[in-house]
Design a protein around this ligand. Structure first.
Ligand code: MG
Length: 160
């Protein structure tokens, strides 16, 4: 059985994942309007992945005899500037999410909840990948000319 504090932290994270999904969807729409179909596609995939995290965490809470909840989700920003600025924001957001994940891990350690520590390790690893990927795209966008951005756009459009 999951304890109240850990359940609350996971429910807060479910909302944070849903907020992230909305953030990336907002970016995806914006990039589509700006004519970057590939960047838009990549961001939509990213949005879907965040929803998968929310489902996965809700599943885990249920399995531990807890009650997952969907509460009010704050509005996300709209209008982003250049692709470089968009991906700078993606990178910064992923660094923020890493902190949230680490806080849940710290709580699970403090509460001696081994199962939640085990569950959260995959998100600790996931965040290493997310930060690296976002930083990589941001660095490329920063260096790119307009032609380079179109090349990056076609590359990211191939995300499965
Ligand atoms: Mg996530």
């Amino acid at each position: 059985m999951i304890n109240e504090k850990v359940q609350q932290a996971l429910n807060d994270q479910i909302l944070a994942e849903m907020w992230s999904a909305n953030l990336y969807l907002s970016m995806s729409f914006y990039m589509a309007v700006e004519g970057y179909d590939g960047l838009s596609h990549w961001l939509k995939k990213q949005s879907q992945e965040e929803m998968e995290h929310a489902y996965d965490m809700a599943d885990y809470v249920l399995k531990r005899g807890g009650v997952p909840k969907v509460e009010k989700i704050d509005v996300v920003p709209q209008g982003w500037g250049s692709p470089e600025e968009v991906f700078k924001h993606v990178y910064e957001h992923e660094c923020h999410v890493s902190k949230l994940i680490n806080n849940i891990m710290d709580l699970a350690v403090e509460q001696r909840d081994n199962a939640t520590q085990d569950f959260m390790w995959k998100y600790v690893r996931e965040q290493v990948e997310e930060e690296a990927t976002a930083l990589n795209i941001y660095e490329k966008a920063k260096k790119a000319s307009e032609a380079g951005l179109l090349f990056l756009d076609s590359k990211l459009g191939q995300r499965k």
